[in-house]
Design a protein around this ligand. Structure first.
Ligand SMILES: [Zn+2]
Length: 211
């Protein structure tokens, strides 16, 4: 798998192919027509890679950005951008991939346009369905991935532990360590007593707390 699917549905994972949008240098996962063709297969929309050319990729990226604007507006409780709405609805009206049963299993006939229609319909269904209150932006400030939080108590903070959750927890651990170091240095008289009590607590783990 070359692509990641932490969002929970294609409407969220397709915009997620431009990763770390909040960084000065976002990462483009759809960097070639072939990577777009592979995305449809890995997303489960088709069985095989969809043949794609440079024009298909251009169209796909335009639809992706329109979808992202709508999803982000839904999370923020803002009004939908009209051009984005028009483009997503235009694709949602087109025919979607056709699944067929064969002796060898499921075959899916699909062009890029049909596969994009599938994604556009998923945007329509997701943003008009029961998951809207469960949509969240990843807690890693650099990460722009939006996901459906179906965890119990809706306490999920990250699109994925690797890298986002691990990165934030490690940073929090370093901050705690720095803070405790400052505290220890400030109490020169009681330093030895404190180091004994700290040792007796056992080794600190970056993943033991901070949830
Ligand atoms: Zn993330």
């Amino acid at each position: 798998m070359r692509h990641a699917f932490p969002g929970g549905t294609p409407a969220l994972d397709f915009p997620g192919t431009l990763r770390f949008r909040h960084r000065a240098d976002p990462r483009e996962d759809l960097d070639s027509p072939a990577s777009l063709g592979a995305w449809f297969r890995e997303a489960g929309i088709t069985v095989d890679d969809v043949p794609a050319g440079p024009d298909d990729l251009r169209e796909a990226l335009a639809l992706r950005e329109a979808g992202y604007r709508l999803v982000r507006a839904a999370v923020a409780g803002e009004t939908y951008d009209r051009d984005a709405l028009a483009l997503v609805n235009e694709y949602a009206r087109k025919p979607t991939p056709v699944p067929q049963l064969t002796p060898a299993g499921r075959q899916v006939e699909a062009t890029v346009e049909q596969a994009l229609a599938y994604v556009a319909r998923d945007v329509v269904l997701t943003l008009s369905g029961p998951d809207v209150p469960l949509l969240k932006v990843c807690g890693n400030p650099e990460c722009s991935q939006i996901f459906v939080d179906r965890s119990r108590g809706a306490r999920r903070e990250w699109c994925a532990m690797d890298p986002c959750g691990n990165k934030i927890k490690a940073a929090a651990y370093r901050a705690r360590k720095r803070a405790s170091g400052v505290l220890t240095a400030g109490r020169a008289g009681s330093r030895s007593a404190q180091s004994v009590s700290r040792t007796s607590r056992g080794p600190a783990s970056p993943f033991a707390s901070g949830r």
